[in-house]
Design a protein around this ligand. Structure first.
Ligand code: ADP
Length: 424
């Protein structure tokens, strides 16, 4: 009898998340995909095995709903793509006995304060931190704070709301600005954490992003990205990621050791991680560890080589590795391709309504550039950091060296012109 294909449950937080790479990877592997989202889809009835609605706001309830679904269609693995669904995936994995993280570990990774507490208690190098409520007397706290420091929300992502302050006046201004973000309706209704602010010592140094896969608690580094533009604030919009890292091997080793220590301290056991780490003359500092892969578009910068018996070598995506791991399928190799690769998250050119983007054709012609994607649409209001968190587009490049890739990304970006009008 033919063995049925394994079925993967993919947790998709929003309709805007890019699923193509997961869908393609699942098809290549002969894996059946069920996409779970938090809002019922009109297509669900037409495709009852392919779509399911889960209450992402309540991981225990979502796990019960996944169990009911699994009675009809057996599930063999679960994958999350963002911080919130990572906790839901952990609850489902526990409920159904699938590969995954303990719920407590995923929950601690999602909450920046809990994460700091766990890491500090385990001796992982993290900045000094203090938790405040938005009701705190910011002028009083500003008077006793050390500078520079960083104020941040507990659970937003993509650096939304993260602000550096260099003195007491800057602290009070940052506190007010972050409080206003936390009071926006889409944030305020999310829970108590939206009434809290984490204040941290600012850690100077070079920053890298680490993409990794954890198996039985052991980290494999899949890629280390340099961030060649200084991220000194006051806001922390990302720009260029390039891999392989140009940092010395010993420094890269320190960084990997730091991330492994953080994985252990949080109790993460299985699945992808994405970490931000700073390095300075005092060593590696864990800025953030997330129990999920790099955000949707940027994973396109990663390709891996897979060697299959009889089939020679072929390229594969991060998504294929994640699916294979979640389903307990064989992972033939975890070697990144030999080329250097990079992505630029295109900076928001300023606040305003986007009218047009010029120079895309020219940017695409820049040698080594593989793709220029403008994700913002005409008429969209562009919101700069710290209130905003959406890049207007992405540029991808590949080449012989990280230097050449970085130069190509900058050259392509220089071709782009964003035409905006003031918002009403
Ligand atoms: P998010 O999860 O929203 O990305 P992070 O806590 O990772 O928030 O902060 C976003 C960015 O802000 C980091 O990648 C880093 O560049 C900067 N940052 C955050 N905290 C610190 C800190 N304590 N010291 C220096 N830079 C920081």
């Amino acid at each position: 009898m033919l063995r049925p294909s394994p079925r993967l449950l993919l947790l998709l937080p929003t309709v805007t998340y890019r699923t193509v790479a997961f869908v393609e990877a699942a098809r290549r592997l002969g894996v059946d995909l069920t996409v779970a989202s938090e809002r019922p889809s009109t297509f669900e009835q037409a495709n009852p095995t392919g779509l399911v609605t889960l209450d992402f706001a309540d991981p225990a309830r979502a796990a019960g709903q996944a169990r009911a679904f699994a009675r009809r269609h057996e599930l063999h693995g679960v994958v999350a793509v963002d911080d919130d669904t990572a906790v839901v995936a952990a609850a489902i994995a526990e409920e159904l006995g699938l590969r995954g993280n303990p719920v407590a570990a995923a929950a601690a990774a999602r909450d920046k304060h809990q994460q700091r507490q766990r890491l500090a208690a385990a001796g992982v190098a993290v900045p000094r931190f203090e938790l405040l409520t938005t009701a705190a007397d910011s002028e009083r706290v500003a008077g006793r704070a050390s500078y520079p420091c960083v104020l941040k929300p507990l659970r937003l992502s993509a650096s939304r709301g993260v602000v550096r302050a260099d003195d007491a006046a800057g602290f009070v201004a940052a506190f007010q600005r972050l409080t206003a973000i936390l009071e926006q309706p889409d944030v305020a209704r999310c829970g108590d954490w939206a009434r809290q602010i984490l204040v941290e010592e600012f850690v100077p140094g070079r920053e890298v992003a680490v993409e990794g896969l954890v198996t039985q608690g052991v980290l494999t580094v899949l890629a280390m990205f340099d961030k060649p533009d200084p991220l000194d604030g006051p806001f922390f919009e990302e720009t260029i990621y390039v891999t392989p890292s140009r940092l010395a091997r010993a420094v890269q080793r320190d960084i990997a050791v730091c991330v492994q220590a953080a994985v252990g301290a949080l109790g993460l056991r299985e699945g992808p991680i994405h970490a931000e780490v700073r390095h300075n003359d005092r060593g590696a500092w864990l800025i953030e560890l997330a129990a999920r892969p790099i955000g949707g578009r940027c994973s396109g910068a990663l390709r891996f080589e897979i060697r299959e018996a009889g089939n020679g070598k072929r390229e594969t995506s991060l998504e294929e590795i994640i699916i294979r791991h979640a389903l307990g399928m064989e992972l033939p190799t975890l070697e990144r391709e030999h080329q250097a690769s990079g992505v630029m998250m295109i900076p928001v050119p300023g606040a305003g309504v986007l009218r047009d983007v010029r120079g895309v054709g020219e940017a695409r012609k820049v040698p080594l550039v593989e793709e220029v994607v403008i994700t913002a649409h005409r008429g969209q209001t562009l919101v700069p950091w710290p209130e905003g968190s959406r890049y207007p587009g992405f540029i991808f490049a590949r080449g012989g060296t990280s230097e050449a890739v970085e130069a190509a990304l900058r050259a392509a970006h220089a071709q782009l012109e964003f035409l905006t009008e003031p918002a009403d």
